[in-house]
Design a protein around this ligand. Structure first.
Ligand SMILES: [Zn+2]
Length: 141
């Protein structure tokens, strides 16, 4: 019988393996590890459009607060807006993030935004339930 741990960010309940919580995101160690697997899967696909950027920004938004750097919490909704509302590809979002960071300058102070009230209906656990390849890509979209 598994005991489960609830991720403080996305709310995913995963078998408790007593992993240390992430020091980069407000995430259980189990959720952080799953995100690492998704990242590895996405990198293996060598996607020229870099759909993984959607994962980076969605994960950042869902796991903001706590140890998360303010820039991460600011960039997440910016990236999701550009992708979802403006139709940017992941690579274009990545370039927009770089331009924004460059324009703000090194050492810029970013506002500490409040995490969203609800983490959303789809998180890394849901994406990883999809078949590698197009199934997961569809879940990411
Ligand atoms: Zn999580």
């Amino acid at each position: 019988m598994y005991r489960f741990v609830k991720c403080p960010g996305c709310g995913a309940e995963l078998p408790d393996r007593h992993l240390p919580v992430s020091d980069r995101y407000l995430a259980s160690g189990e959720c952080w590890e799953l995100y690492g697997e998704l990242t590895a899967n996405n990198m293996e696909e060598m996607d020229p459009f870099f759909h993984h950027q959607l994962c980076v920004d969605a994960h950042g938004a869902q796991h903001s607060g706590g140890p998360v750097k303010p820039i991460t919490t600011v960039f997440a909704p910016v990236g999701l807006y550009l992708a979802v509302e403006r139709g940017f590809y992941g690579r274009q979002v990545q370039i927009a993030h770089m331009k924004l960071a460059k324009k703000a300058g090194k050492g810029a102070e970013w506002p500490r935004l409040e995490p969203p009230e609800r983490p959303g209906d789809i998180a890394v656990l849901d994406v990883m339930k999809g078949e590698p390849g197009s199934g997961r890509k569809e879940m990411i979209q």
